[in-house]
Design a binder for this molecule. Structure first.
Ligand code: CO
Length: 618
């Protein structure tokens, strides 16, 4: 047999820690390993993009551009690759073409060689501008098939069939792709389907083919092997400490498996083991992100619920923060139903977050009682075309009072956007004129601005962003241990606004379950949340002093993006008064009462927990 050594892309510095450590690996911990990694002989290293950009600015106080420049300097011999979400770049919405073009230009100039470009909906409308920009920079354009399944867990069915992938790949090749990647973000690609898919693609397209798979369901190592036998050119792996579980297959066993075969990648096992030891030695301080109540290192259930790694860990932390961890199974059941309603989008960022948090809302507040701004945008068409039609009733509900219009659009979403870069420049001109800074702000107006103020010394870095910050364990299966004293045993009461009406919701303080949900008419006394006044909460909360006025409380943990009113404004019940970003979705919060706005208590951009008072109305 002729030799056809398999090429290997290492994902340790991007997807490895994104999948397993909530993307929290700091540059200072990767830096000492980088030049050694550069010597391994990887085909490429994925080190940037995906969630790393957001996380660095939002949680780590770290400049992602600086990170990229350092990687480039430390790893001059290995092509660096990034994951780019098409027209959404490294954010969660559709950006204007000028932002897309400039972001790709600056990413190229700062060190990216290979752009892995995908769209959550595999919609070429959302890939065309990014593809063109990468080609204009003379860089490697890898276009991506997001692998998804219709319902059964295997390839086929009315939407995600072999033909679907073959025709998408053909189209991407005609758009100038230098290679095609199969992106199996949920570990759903079964080994024999991979064989069929790779074989089919190799017959149809002439550019190299790469496989990116997640181990989540336990199939990925087998899938990679079958893909190699079917002729795939490159596969993604991670060093063992950040492999398996919801991450990529590990490189070490693959190197041994392929040793002496025509596919032998020619990597040195001892070298990889040493790097693994080095990585292992820096990971203990990140352990709290790894902790899981389960003994299993795979999630066999993913085969039925189809939830990708990052999404599963996000869901867990969202439910944990909302004190509703016991709703996980219900949410996992709701996800396929929500996905079907919304036209079977593949579960990948940002669709995975949208479907995930909409499912959480559907379970906590009732189906489509609360619809995030992003899901409305998606239904409207601003994320591109859904693989199949969105449920007509859901469309009607979502677009009922939608500010952009109540019918769906049918054109490339970015066509509807005015250029955004010049505005972004002028909005941060008092802080910076560095284009890389401007892009951070253009991508994330709230958290990006917070970061820039810290970076330029206008604000202090919060304690929790600092490297030496030692977080408490986020997971505890035993709420009664001394580290986690039981919370007040009294029922907590919230005002929740759904479909134009306020409901009083009693939430069990121990398991987070909703005991009852009673409509509160505008005539009766609207109760105040008692969550911030534990002493007053005993025995329920009906009798909060009317002199305090009515309060708007945060229904979920999140970030208060902005108020839509000022103190002294007169508002009617139900009028929008604030925007809360929760579960990475923007939610409009309406006024709980008619009256005068008082006491806008929270600074825009501040983090709030469920039950925090946001404003008072008298
Ligand atoms: Co991935």
């Amino acid at each position: 047999m002729t030799k056809s050594p398999i090429k290997i892309t290492d994902t340790t510095f991007r997807d490895g820690h994104q999948s397993l450590l909530a993307t929290r690996l700091r540059m200072e911990d990767m830096e000492p390993m980088a030049s050694e990694m550069d010597q391994v002989g990887f085909y490429s290293m994925e080190v940037w993009g995906g969630a790393t950009f957001d996380t660095a600015t939002r949680f780590l106080g770290e400049d992602p551009w600086e990170r990229l420049r350092k990687f480039k300097a430390l790893m001059p011999n290995t092509p660096l690759s990034m994951l780019l979400r098409g027209q959404s770049l490294v954010g969660y919405r559709t950006y204007a073409d000028d932002v897309v073009q400039k972001f790709i230009e600056r990413s190229s100039e700062n060190g990216i060689d290979i752009f892995r470009v995908f769209d959550a909906l595999n919609d070429e409308w959302n890939l065309s501008k990014a593809a063109e920009s990468v080609k204009n920079m003379g860089k490697h354009l890898q276009m991506t098939l997001c692998y998804s399944v219709t319902e059964s867990g295997r390839m086929g069915g009315p939407i995600y069939s072999l033909d679907y992938y073959l025709s998408k790949a053909k189209l991407f090749e005609s758009m100038g792709a230098d290679s095609i990647c199969i992106k199996d973000m949920a570990g759903l690609l079964a080994p024999y389907d991979a064989f069929e898919l790779v074989k089919g693609l190799k017959e149809k397209i002439s550019v190299p083919l790469q496989l990116h798979s997640h181990y989540t369901s336990g199939m990925a190592s087998m899938t990679v092997l079958k893909a190699i036998e079917a002729g795939v050119d490159v596969v993604d792996t991670s060093l063992a400490p950040l492999a398996l579980r919801t991450s990529q297959p590990a490189v070490e066993p693959l190197v041994v498996t392929l040793g002496g075969t025509p596919y032998d990648p020619g990597l040195n096992l001892d070298h990889l083991l040493r790097l693994g030891d080095q990585l292992e030695s820096i990971l203990p301080k990140y352990r709290h992100h790894l902790e899981s109540p389960k003994a299993a290192v795979i999630d066999a259930k993913v085969l039925s619920h189809q939830i990708p790694g990052g999404m599963a860990s996000n869901l867990l932390s969202q439910l944990r923060e909302a004190d509703a961890i016991e709703k996980l199974d219900e949410v996992l059941e709701e996800i396929p139903a929500t996905r079907k309603d919304l036209g079977y989008p593949p579960l990948v960022t940002p669709m995975s977050q949208m479907i995930g948090s909409q499912s959480v809302s559907n379970v906590l507040f009732g189906r489509y009682k609360m619809i995030s701004g992003q899901v409305k945008e998606y239904v409207y068409g601003m994320y591109g075309r859904s693989p199949s039609d969105i449920d007509a009733e859901v469309t009607k509900t979502a677009l009922k009072d939608y500010e952009k219009g109540n019918i769906q659009i049918h054109e490339r979403p970015a066509n509807l956007l005015d250029p955004e870069l010049e505005n972004a420049k002028s909005e941060v001109s008092n802080i910076t004129d560095d284009i890389d800074d401007v892009l951070i702000y253009a991508l994330y107006p709230t958290t990006g601005l917070k970061f820039l103020r810290i970076k330029h010394g206008l604000d202090q870095m919060p304690e929790e962003m600092k490297a030496e910050f030692n977080p408490k364990p986020v997971f505890s299966s035993d709420q009664t241990t001394s580290e986690h004293p039981p919370k007040s045993q009294s029922t907590r009461t919230f005002n929740v606004y759904v479909e134009g009406e306020y409901f009083k919701v009693d939430v069990d303080p121990v398991d987070g379950s909703i005991n009852q949900m009673v409509p509160t008419s505008s005539q009766s006394n609207l109760i105040s949340s008692q969550t911030n006044a534990p002493n007053a909460s005993d025995g329920g909360s009906e009798n909060s002093g009317p002199t305090d006025g009515e309060t708007l409380v945060s229904p979920m943990p999140g970030i208060l993006l902005r108020y839509l009113v000022e103190e002294g404004d007169e508002v009617k019940i139900g009028e929008p008064v604030a925007i809360l970003e929760a579960m990475k979705m923007e939610n409009t919060l309406p006024s709980p009462a008619t009256g005068t706005i008082q006491n806008l208590r929270v600074t825009a951009g501040a983090t709030v927990v469920k039950g925090d008072v946001l404003l008072v109305i008298t």
